[in-house]
Ligand binder design. Sequence first.
Ligand code: PEP
Length: 253
Amino acid sequence: MANRKPYVGGNWKMNLHRGEAHALARQLRQTLTMADKVEVTVMPAFPYLIEVAEILKGSAIKVGAQDFYTQANGAFTGEVSLSMVKDCGCQVVLVGHSERRHVIGESDALINEKVLAALGAGLEVILAIGEKLDQREAGKTDSINAGQVCLGLAGVKAEQMAKVTLAYEPVWAIGTGKTATAADAQNAHLAIRKTVASLYGQTVADGVRIQYGGSCKPSNAKELFSQPDIDGGLIGGAALKAVDFKGIVEAAL
Ligand code: PEP
């Protein structure tokens, strides 16, 4: 059985203004003493990346960007490049979040471009995938996940997979208070790992971390994270309060 270090990501989304983001970063720095046993990344909104990274500098908590654009520089109004997010102190980028896929309208092709660009720039990637409710009800969970994994990772080399974490986030569970049962989530994670094995072989599949995301909170995290193929979580709402996020990180120990 592979020994995967648990990994918890906090996606702050378009929440927390400057003072709130600073305060949360300070609280996490003070209270997340277990961050060497569990890998932890927080993803603030763009305007606060530099300051949050400064507050967390020297701690085990990494900073990630929720998005970026694939081009290096130039006439791309409103966009932010990978070298800019690196310059702000980011080591990690999130790609393929369901809000980018289904609210902003990002395609699998763009998501794949982003994955390749981020890995090419030496950043770690959290690639989020997951089915919508109608797809789940039609029994398509595993095929949707397999498709998003294959398309998202197209062109990624086996040796680059050490920098890739997958996040299984059933869309119907994100921000809704509905959580997949631990058994359902485990089944989906196992199927995702098999897809990775079909692409890269069992050793890579055994090494890749697969986070669960979707209304994860301190009260359900332990059961989810104790499943053999669930290696931590990608957290939205519960990442906005230090006490809740700490509870989830502790559940991953
Ligand atoms: C997310 O946005 O990735 C997420 C899982 O959100 P929440 O925890 O609020 O469901």
